[in-house]
Ligand binder design. Structure first.
Ligand code: OOB
Length: 544
């Protein structure tokens, strides 16, 4: 059985003929970038730098190391690294042998990682030693030990540590994976462009998050098309502020789009505005991307920090809705053009264009990047709405996969029979032709760009001894856009938000998913079909 659906032959052929799908893998792309501009600066992390030739050589050497560890073509490897050059080096090292990175977010913990390792049957798990006061080696130790007990005899998931493996002798230091310098480089990576290149974690609406299978063909096109719209070239300098594993940062156009254009990627090691604005000044950054909650801090730092920001041409903002008022301040206060990005791990990317009217750039979330992105805006019965009316966004196209990875049953609900992805987003087409995101019908909370699947958290809340029923709802929030609030029915004393946060932490859930507030109720309102009526609950919340 196939692990995931692919595009029907006729569509694949059309995408190839249109030139969207180049027939090349990321491993071969890197080789040709290095051939074209060997000495050009590709990657900067603090005072460490790599030219394209050096990046290519590092990928070769790491590829050999991964291979010696037993990682083979098609194997999945969970990458859980923060913003460091090693993310990029390891990523291309894996690409070069046709292995498949599975992207974890820095905040993910045991629950999320275990899920990715299990669903992906990961051959390896790449971690930092410590990051943000968390010892990743401890998490890895417990996880691989538990898995080994369960599945004695099957190949273990190897742990690779960027930094110090500490006392864990069976863990491998990433540094030690560098094989000998191979002047000619590895030959063909053996992968085909239609193969899986990476797995992205979906924002999710169900108890268990889904993995999105992205191929070389589709993901390379995603990065290339976005880079074209942003007019990137070899003088472009992209600052990676949000996590590199996030689709936005990696390929919209992000890190990969910058490489496709021969530019330079600068890694921002922490998201503080001081660090980011200092790097923009020092490295003459031309483009970067942010989530909306960071924008006010940047404006504040720009006003008082004394940084030279005149190199910055474009500030992309996306992942969650930015208010028009905030967007309007970006041009005058930062001297950069605002570009809204409405994308999804599942594929479709919408961008406002650099020559859109200022008002459209500030009030809409852009339009698809490919002429062959198909968009339907439909009502609750699946019928197209009158143009300009709001409805659910359905989409299909050359970089929107036709289903999740190993999730056959879920795919039947998340995709229409003719292959459209049901985004769960409510949008309307504005007179400018751009889309505006006006709401959501999926059971998800968007905390300033971080997605929280309500049912996932509810399932964990229900394991609390005092809680007999739970509903997680997004409350409007001035800073985050939304924050998670839990309505709970309890036996005895209701736990407070602090207690629940530590309870969920113990259960290995990422901290950003914990409810900010807990409201104890006697009963939960139900809809006509007997589901918890979240809209009724949302109406009980105070407006910000
Ligand atoms: C990005 O990807 P995901 O997979 O974390 O989240 C996708 C969802 C969308 O379905 C939508 O609900 C929301 O995030 N969203 C936005 C938005 N951008 C994403 N809602 C309103 N306004 C926006 N600008 O979030 C993502 C992937 C690639 C590029 C940018 C964002």
């Amino acid at each position: 059985m196939k692990a995931h659906p692919t595009w029907p032959d006729a569509d694949a052929e059309r995408y190839r003929r249109a030139g969207y799908w180049s027939g090349r893998t990321f491993g071969s792309y890197l080789r040709s970038w290095a051939g074209a501009r060997p000495g050009h600066l590709a990657l900067v992390d603090g005072d460490r730098r790599w030219t394209y030739a050096e990046l290519d050589a590092a990928a070769d050497r790491l590829a050999l190391g991964f291979r010696s560890l037993g990682v083979e073509r098609g194997d999945r490897v969970v990458v859980h690294l923060p913003n460091r050059a090693e993310f990029v080096l390891a990523w291309f090292g894996l690409q070069r042998i046709g292995a498949v990175p599975v992207h974890a977010m820095p905040g993910h913990r045991r629950t999320e990682i275990e899920h990715m390792v299990r669903v992906g049957e990961a051959a390896a798990y790449i971690i930092p030693d410590r990051h943000a006061r968390f010892d990743h080696r401890e998490l890895a130790r417990q996880l691989v030990d538990d898995l080994a007990k369960e599945a004695a005899g099957t190949p273990p998931c190897r742990v690779v540590v960027c930094g110090d493996p500490g006392a864990h002798r069976d863990f491998t230091r990433l540094e030690d994976l560098y094989g000998p310098t191979v002047p000619s480089g590895l030959g063909d990576d053996g992968a085909e462009s239609s193969d899986l290149a990476l797995l992205l974690l979906s924002g999710g609406t169900t108890g268990l998050p889904k993995l999105v299978p992205r191929t070389h063909d589709d993901y390379a096109y995603n990065a290339r098309a976005a880079a074209g719209i942003c007019a990137l070239d070899e003088d472009s300098v992209y600052l990676a502020v949000l996590p590199i594993g996030f689709n936005f940062t990696l390929a919209c156009p992000g890190v990969l789009g910058t490489f496709m254009s021969g530019g330079t990627v600068v890694i921002c090691p922490d998201p503080s505005p001081q660090t980011a604005l200092r790097l923009i000044d020092e490295r003459r950054v031309t483009i970067t991307s942010l989530s909306p909650p960071l924008v006010p801090y940047w404006l504040e730092e720009a006003e008082h920090g004394g940084h030279r920001l005149d190199s910055l041409r474009v500030l992309q903002v996306g992942g969650a809705r930015i208010s028009a008022d905030l967007a309007r301040r970006i041009g005058p206060e930062l001297g950069a053009r605002v570009q809204q990005v409405f994308g999804m791990a599942e594929g479709l990317i919408n961008l406002t264009r650099l020559d859109d009217a200022e008002e459209a750039a500030c009030t809409t979330q852009g339009r698809p990047i490919s002429p062959d992105d198909e968009i339907l805006i439909v009502d609750a019965e699946g019928r197209p709405v009158t143009d300009g009316e709001p409805g659910e966004l359905l989409t299909r196209g050359p970089y929107t996969p036709r289903g999740y990875y190993r999730a056959e049953e879920h795919n039947r609900r998340a995709f229409t029979p003719d292959g459209f992805y049901r985004s769960g987003d409510l949008v309307r087409r504005t007179p400018s032709g751009n889309l505006e995101v006006v709401g959501r019908i999926k059971d998800q909370i968007n905390r300033g760009g971080e997605k929280i699947a309500a049912t996932e958290v509810e399932e964990h809340l229900l394991t609390h001894p005092a809680i007999t029923a739970a509903a997680l709802v997004g409350a409007p929030d001035a800073q985050w856009g939304e924050r998670p609030v839990a309505f709970v029915i309890c036996q005895g004393q209701a736990p407070g938000s602090r207690e629940l946060a530590s309870f969920l932490k113990q259960r290995g859930l990422a901290a950003y998913k914990a409810p900010d507030e807990v409201i104890a109720v006697d009963r939960l309102p139900l809809t006509a079909v007997g589901k918890i009526d979240k809209q009724a609950l949302a109406r009980r919340l105070p407006r910000p």
